[in-house]
Design a protein around this ligand. Structure first.
Ligand code: SF4
Length: 224
């Protein structure tokens, strides 16, 4: 259990001191953030950037343009992001949902008046949108104070006994949200910091504990 508000701020400060503010999410518009959140499923960010550049060049980075584009042409545009048939279908569904709510507004302003829980349920109701993608959209595109959990979060917190091994997505999220200030910037950057830590130090195998910025804060971890 995470039972100490202080430990998370200590972790965050140590990570930020090492990595600097991560300035997530790089995008020109909230709709582009939403698009990136789907494209980044099971692929690297470099591949997502290539696909997004193609979508921009094709004039396809608005809800109406994306929803209207022929499926085959759209699949080719996002092919660099992998799983392009699945992702094309997911993106066209979510673009249609945005268009129905906001018209062709890439800032998705009409969603500002909608309750966060209602938005999450709507997003989760779209086939192919799971909790991590939905919460990434809520946090990074719509600026709602919702903590995004991913495999890196579970790995780091789990290795230090800050969550139980059985904790699922919503338990980890609830524990983090209960023990951090509900601040969009802190939620956004803490998640980004944990991703950076997972990539550079807290690797799945052979973690680099001796050089890790969390070693002075959390001490020696239990590694499976
Ligand atoms: S000290 Fe080791 S186990 Fe803990 S977060 Fe750093 S790399 Fe991961």
């Amino acid at each position: 259990m995470i039972n100490d508000y202080g430990i998370h701020m200590q972790i965050y400060k140590a990570l930020r001191a090492r990595f600097g503010h991560r300035r997530w999410w790089p995008a020109e518009t909230p709709f582009e953030v939403l698009t990136g959140a789907v494209l980044t499923q099971n692929t690297s960010w470099n591949n997502v950037e290539t696909a997004i550049s193609g979508l921009r060049r094709a004039g396809c980075m608005t809800p109406a343009a994306m929803a209207a584009m022929p499926q085959g042409e759209f699949q080719e545009l996002i092919r660099p992001a992998g799983y392009y048939r699945q992702k094309a279908a997911r993106l066209k569904r979510i673009a249609g949902w945005v268009e129905a709510k906001c018209g062709d507004d890439v800032d998705m302003c009409a969603l500002a008046a909608v309750d966060t829980g209602v938005l999450r349920e709507d997003l989760l109701g779209l086939k192919g949108i799971g909790p991590e993608t939905a919460d990434s959209i809520l946090l990074y595109a719509l600026k709602r104070p919702v903590f995004v959990v991913d495999a890196y979060t579970a790995r780091v917190l789990g290795r230090h006994g800050l969550i139980s091994p059985q904790s699922g997505y919503h338990e980890i999220q609830a524990e983090c949200e209960a023990n951090l200030p509900h601040d969009v910037d802190i939620f956004s950057d803490y998640h980004a910091q944990l991703v950076e830590l997972g990539k550079r130090y807290c690797k799945r195998t052979e973690p680099r504990c001796n050089d890790c910025p969390l070693q002075p804060v959390l001490g020696t971890a239990e590694i499976d």
